[in-house]
Design a protein around this ligand. Structure first.
Ligand code: MLT
Ligand code: MN
Ligand code: ZN
Length: 330
């Protein structure tokens, strides 16, 4: 299985152009220094980051997106494998066959609107999220203004399901979903959120079947766990994560009161539905996975600074801090 991390930041990117916090200010300064040819190597692991975005493929040719970030146009441009291949029947032959949505937070869905010019796509999401996007937000009607365009498919947590293109072709990838919370974004009207249930955020698991790898050798089944927003760790979730070849886990905040300390106000990490990294390091101490990375990194998280003790603690515990444009073959 191929997996590309195209974006690794939480909503708002990193560094934020308008943020005066120490983290952002220093990374911006570092950037200016590098453009003057005086890069201060070693100061930061943090390169500029766009909003969290994955692309996955079983065969290296048909790709599925996990989420659709507001930075998607730029992210697709930066990844040649996702470029349209040829004009066929007057439509663009895009390698992107579909999108799997784990939430309807804006940083997870705004990019859908940027896909309105592609060939038909299949979009998988919870039934409640499909209702919120399609019935409560008429702008998403742009994805169904001609036929054929987007095929919306609701995903249930009952069993893993194959990821299909809009015309029903099997991509070889399997997806499994574990719903995590009923905390819908603030733009969702209270009465809609109340009826929506517990599908506001999901852990997504992607699996490629055992079979031939791109190098021609036989490859075992591979599994990726994508959990960019999670407020608490249930035994069910831990069991599903266990044994994954790659875990991409919520790295939004380092500490629970981070926003308050940096900005003087704001909700706690837990109130926002994110386990702070200093807690998840302990909670996931014994998890058995091939490789583990923190993703969906907020600009306030001190572990973005490669020189910080927090960054060191993460590395010592065997974790990586995800970066943009990281292309992996599992
Ligand atoms: C989150 O991950 O907590 C949300 O995306 C925050 C937001 O609405 O930007
Ligand atoms: Mn988010
Ligand atoms: Zn900042």
């Amino acid at each position: 299985m191929r997996i590309s991390i195209l974006g690794s930041a939480a909503g708002g990117r990193f560094p934020q152009w308008n943020c005066g916090c120490g983290n952002c200010a220093a990374v911006r300064e570092n950037g200016r220094e590098s453009t003057r040819g005086k890069a201060r190597v070693g100061m930061f692991s943090g390169k500029p980051r766009t909003q969290a975005q994955l692309a996955l493929s079983a065969d290296g040719s048909t790709w599925f997106l996990a989420g659709a970030s507001p930075d998607l146009a730029f992210q697709i441009e930066s990844c040649p494998e996702l470029h349209p291949r040829a004009l066929r029947d007057s439509t663009r032959d895009s390698p992107i066959a579909g999108v799997v949505l784990g939430s309807c937070d804006l940083d997870h869905v705004l990019g859908l609107l940027l896909l309105r010019e592609l060939q038909p796509l299949r979009v998988y999401a919870a039934a409640s999220i499909l209702r919120i996007l399609r019935e409560e937000n008429s702008m998403f009607g742009m994805l169904n203004r001609v036929e054929p365009q987007v095929v919306w498919t609701s995903m249930s947590s009952d069993a893993p399901f194959p990821l299909l293109s809009a015309d029903g072709k099997d991509s070889g990838l399997r997806c499994e979903v574990c719903y995590l919370s009923g905390r819908y974004p603030k733009y969702v009207r209270a009465e809609v959120a109340k009826l929506a249930g517990d599908e506001a955020s999901a852990a997504l698991f992607f699996e490629s079947p055992a079979g031939a790898s791109s190098s021609g050798t036989s490859a075992p089944k591979k599994r990726v766990a994508y959990v960019p927003a999670v407020g608490s760790l249930s035994d069910t979730l831990l069991e599903k994560i266990d044994g994954a070849d790659l875990l991409l886990f919520d790295g939004t905040f380092w500490s629970n009161d981070e926003l308050r300390r940096v900005q003087g106000s704001g909700e706690t990490a837990h109130q926002m539905g994110h386990i702070p990294v200093e807690e998840s390091l302990r909670l996931l101490e014994n998890i058995k996975v091939g490789r583990k990375m923190f993703i969906h990194l907020n600009n306030t998280n001190p572990m973005l600074n490669g020189a910080s003790p927090e960054h060191q603690a993460v590395c010592q515990a065997g974790w990586e801090v995800a970066e943009d444009n990281c292309h992996l073959e599992l």
